[in-house]
Design a protein around this ligand. Structure first.
Ligand code: MEV
Length: 322
């Protein structure tokens, strides 16, 4: 049996603008993770079992646009394996020999919450399956396959989600450019709070595109401002001044509101965190639901977490970025 565990993620700065070529910052969140387990199965064929979502199906019966099926098939293609005869056999051989594969996927990352659940599940499957098949893929190939699945989840993704979960390190990301790791000079504390509302990322990304098509000048200026916030944030993080990130988060949130991807619940939680001592707060990910993040000192984090729960957050995670 082969197992792979992959952490979730948050975007610190630059969501949406990153789809248009602006830089963004993302970090892994180890408190939540996806796991894939690949094992021999007495049943013929390749089976995908995702008990969290009540899904258990044979690959050959899954619709081709399913992201789980896409990553499984892409791993075989990348390894140059046309699906092995033993796996395709329809009836088990004499003597009950093991001739199938079971891929079991579980995840503690809430789905559609901006925490990278889809990308982490993909990466976990790609790693576990390629190892099971005797040829573990390197990060670059894992990332490339996970990006294909992201296109099914999100339409026109920048690639930031699959990249941060593949490398499992803080990143400074620009679409279609070599990945740059962020050097966190001084650790800082982020509180992540869930609105409990499913974030419709594909729809939000599509709506932002419509807005951009209607008024490219104005929206490009907002994206450029978000890009410049991300660059300044990188300097603050790498220069050992994470306390400067709060004001930058507030500025980024103003832009996200202006492009229409915040919502009442996200605004409510960001305000509650600021009132209880956070120095900055914003939505994280696609928005219109999902999670928000707040910057805090380590000492104030428990009080802010409690204030967020009192304000209606469905779940709160405190994480140290280092
Ligand atoms: C989603 O986590 C982040 C977005 O910027 C979309 C993307 O980058 O693909 C909203």
């Amino acid at each position: 049996m082969i197992t792979s565990r992959v952490s979730g993620k948050i975007i610190l700065f630059g969501e949406h603008a990153v789809v248009y070529g602006q830089p963004a910052l993302a970090v892994p969140v180890n408190q939540v993770f996806a796991e894939a387990e690949v094992l021999d199965s007495p049943r013929a064929g390749i089976w995908i079992n995702a008990p969290d979502i009540g899904f258990h199906e044979k690959l050959s019966r899954i619709a081709p646009e399913n992201p789980l099926a896409t990553v499984v098939e892409a791993v075989f293609a990348e390894l140059g394996i046309s699906l092995p005869p033993s796996v395709l056999r329809t009836s088990p051989p004499e003597g009950g020999e093991k001739d199938g594969i079971e891929i079991k996927v579980t995840s503690t990352i809430p789905i559609a919450s901006g925490l990278g659940s889809g990308a982490a599940v993909s990466v976990a499957i790609i790693r576990a399956l390629s190892s099971y098949l005797g040829n573990p893929l390197d990060d670059e190939k894992v990332n490339k396959i996970a990006y294909e699945a992201e296109k099914i989840h999100h339409g026109t993704p920048s690639g930031i989600d699959n990249t941060v979960v593949t490398y499992g390190k803080p990143i400074f990301f620009i679409k279609d450019q070599p990945i740059e790791l962020l050097n966190v000079a001084k650790a800082f504390t982020i509180i992540i709070a869930d609105t409990g509302i499913s974030a419709p990322t594909k729809q939000s990304v599509a709506d932002v595109r419509k807005l951009w098509e209607k008024n490219p000048q104005k929206i490009n200026a907002l994206f450029a401002a978000a890009g410049s916030i991300a660059r300044t944030a990188r300097q603050s993080i790498e220069g050992g001044h994470p306390e400067r990130l709060g004001a930058l988060m507030n500025e980024n949130q103003r832009i996200l509101r202006e492009i229409g991807v915040s919502c009442r619940e996200l605004d409510h939680l960001t305000e509650a965190s600021l009132r209880s001592g956070a120095s900055g707060a914003k939505l994280s990910g696609g928005g219109r639901g999902g999670n928000m993040i707040a910057l805090s000192t380590k000492e104030n984090a428990p009080a802010i977490a409690e204030a967020l729960l009192n304000a209606g957050a469905k779940n709160v995670v405190v994480t140290e970025i280092k």
